[in-house]
Design a protein around this ligand. Structure first.
Ligand code: NAD
Length: 261
């Protein structure tokens, strides 16, 4: 494994599970010093154990925090700076799917809940991490959008609005910070098999989530789900110097699904 992140301080939100945990594992193997942020303290402990299973001497700070709360966001940014003195990379990734429903039944409360985590949380993270990176004059951010941030999927008003918003935030800030040595990109994953997607299949068919999953994936050109490590590889690339001229890009990682709808 190459060592593109030796000594580099990387913050990952949603680091306890799915895409965040897989990316943490990949970056630790490449020498990164990690700050993992999540609502779930138990999940963070399990993630640390898994990462150290693969990279015994991994440097990891954990912060239990809610990305939608400004004081929590300041706390995780401060924790990373106090542990490592700087923030070189930020995977702004925590998110929820929300309950699936037709727009007329979606409810304002559910809309507000999904927006507060998936959009306000991403903005707050950028706002506070960018202050650190601006002062350093360097850094890279990857925001997690979704295929649902570039296409209509259905039954996901809050999620779609938030993820389209993440795409807009990414482009806007990338244009602002390009001249300051900071690159900002977003990924748009398709169907990646994580606890979030498993839960989504239970919403479609509570009795037979595996069957719903099989049917769902037939629309994908590859006829399979993506694996979290396949997202981690792209995020690692975008956070690394290999992507030094990639800025304001929204990268689908979806087996070609977004080209087909
Ligand atoms: P996941 O549920 O496995 O992991 C998400 C993690 O975020 C969990 O550990 C959860 O505790 C944490 N989290 C949730 N709300 C939080 C909050 N308010 N503050 C801090 N942490 C919080 O899901 P995943 O599939 O790994 O999803 C990660 C990101 O990828 C999300 O933004 C999701 O929308 C996006 N995404 C996933 C897929 C997919 O197919 N899995 C596709 C497109 C986009």
């Amino acid at each position: 494994m190459s060592q593109r992140f030796t000594g580099r301080s990387i913050v990952i939100t949603g680091g306890a599970s799915g895409l965040g945990r897989a990316t943490a594992t990949r970056l630790a193997a490449e020498g990164a010093r990690l700050t993992l942020v999540d609502l779930s303290e138990e999940g963070l402990a399990a993630a640390v154990a898994e990462i150290r299973g693969a990279t015994a001497d991994a440097e990891i700070t954990t912060v239990t925090a809610d990305v939608s709360q400004e004081t929590d966001v300041q706390r995780y940014v401060d924790a990373a700076v106090s542990a490592y003195g700087r923030i070189d990379g930020f995977f702004n990734n925590a998110g929820i799917e929300g309950r699936q429903n037709l727009t007329e039944n979606f409810t304002e409360a559910e809309f507000a809940r999904v927006i507060s985590i998936n959009l306000n949380g991403v903005f707050l993270g950028m706002e506070k991490v960018l202050r650190v990176m601006h002062e350093q004059g360097s850094g890279a951010i990857v925001n997690t959008a979704s295929v649902g941030g570039i296409r209509g999927v259905g039954n996901q008003s809050g999620y779609a609005a938030a993820k389209h918003g993440v795409v807009g935030l990414t482009r806007n800030s990338a244009v602002e910070y390009g001249a300051m040595g900071i690159r900002i990109n977003a990924i748009a994953p398709g169907a990646i098999w994580t606890p979030m997607v498993e839960n989504s299949m239970k919403q479609i068919d509570a009795d037979n989530p595996r069957g719903a999953a099989e049917q769902f994936i037939q629309a994908n050109p590859t006829k399979r789900y993506g694996e979290p490590h396949e997202i981690a590889a792209v995020v690692a690339f975008l956070l690394s110097e290999d992507a030094s001229y990639v800025n304001a890009a929204i990268i689908p990682i979806d087996g070609g699904q977004s080209a087909k709808y």
